[in-house]
Design a binder for this molecule. Structure first.
Ligand code: SF4
Length: 333
């Protein structure tokens, strides 16, 4: 499979006020040199604690946040070099599903108007009648009755609103969708239905997904490959089966140790990470994970971890990790 999405050394920095009275100027390195590819038809899961930069990365890839540097190529187009007109036209090929469907839907527009808007912007459908027919088809495809086109977002449940959000993303027939925590505002019983819908739509439309989530169980079920983010960087990436069977980065080992397991054979002893994620305005020197790394503590605090940033490199076939001692912290069972 060829890459539909290529992200090369992408950064997104925000200006920040620093100092006691906010008089200084600093930089928040929300995304700090991320590279990966997503093959056509593949789902890449992006995981990490809140504040690790995964949502910012998803938005920077689509230029909903303007990247600071780096390059993104989607479906053969260098998205990072597009002017505003071509970028607007390009949005037909790459869409986003947001975490909070309520906040992302205009409360003053009916669902029919919400779904018709992208069709009008991108000149899809010959006339109003054709666009309305398409709206009815979209609603039907995401499991909603076409009559609901006349209703407003507040008249829907959370799960139904997320179905509308999916229909809106689908309206322009994109090839790539960033799904930014699309399940986290929903009840567990509804989450499975939305996951199944996303899987079915992927098969029908050969969609490529970047699936951003903090729910490692759902990511294991849904994703072909997984990238683990910490402090604005990818610290490990691998096929999902390999990463869940044998995580190589101590951060991934700790994250996976917290996943609830019903199968006693797969149960792991929980590793509690000390402290909070450091501020991306002042990342620790060397390996950014070293102040919280259980392996660093176990190994007698090697100077290398404190001084040298470990590159993300192959440690096994298709399995990359950014750790000087990758694989040495076993998953405790
Ligand atoms: Fe831990 Fe050192 Fe590996 Fe960083 S490089 S994850 S501090 S062992």
């Amino acid at each position: 499979m060829s890459a539909l999405v290529a992200v090369e050394n992408l950064t997104k920095h925000f200006a920040a006020r620093t100092g006691l009275f906010g008089g200084g100027k600093g930089v928040i390195r929300a995304v700090d040199g991320v590279s990966f590819e997503i093959a056509e038809g593949e789902t890449l899961g992006l995981v990490g604690e809140s504040g690790c930069g995964k949502s910012t990365l998803g938005r920077a890839i689509l230029r909903l946040h303007e990247p600071t540097s780096g390059r993104v190529v989607i479906d053969g187009t260098d998205v990072t070099s597009l002017g505003s007109g071509p970028l607007r036209a390009f949005r037909k090929r790459a869409q986003i599903i947001f975490q909070d469907p309520y906040a992302s839907l205009n409360p003053r527009m009916t669902v029919g108007q919400i779904l018709e808007e992208p069709l009008t912007i991108h000149h899809l459908g010959d006339d109003r009648g054709a666009r309305r027919k398409r709206v009815a088809e979209l609603l039907d495809r995401v499991g909603l009755r076409p009559e609901v086109a006349a209703r407003y977002p507040h008249e829907f449940s959370g799960g139904q609103r997320q179905r509308v959000g999916i229909a809106r993303a689908l309206a322009v027939e994109p090839r790539f969708i960033v799904a930014d925590e699309p399940l986290s505002a929903l009840d567990v019983s509804i989450q499975a239905q939305i996951v199944n819908l996303l899987v079915d739509l992927q098969k029908e439309h050969a969609l490529t997904y970047l699936f951003i989530s903090h729910d490692l169980k759902i990511v294991e079920h849904l994703c072909d490959r997984v990238a683990v983010m910490y402090l604005g960087r990818v610290v490990e990436s691998a096929p999902a089966a390999a990463l869940y069977a044998r995580p190589l980065h101590p951060y991934s080992v700790a994250l996976l140790s917290a996943v609830p397991e019903i199968d006693p054979a797969k149960k792991r002893t929980r590793i509690i990470l000390e402290g909070d994620v450091p501020s991306p305005a002042a990342p620790p020197p060397g390996c950014p994970f070293h102040p919280r790394c259980p392996l660093y503590a176990q190994k007698g605090r090697p100077e290398l971890c404190r001084t040298a940033l470990p590159p993300l490199e192959d440690k096994a076939p298709n399995h990359r990790a950014a750790c000087h001692f990758a694989g040495e912290l076993a998953s405790p069972s």
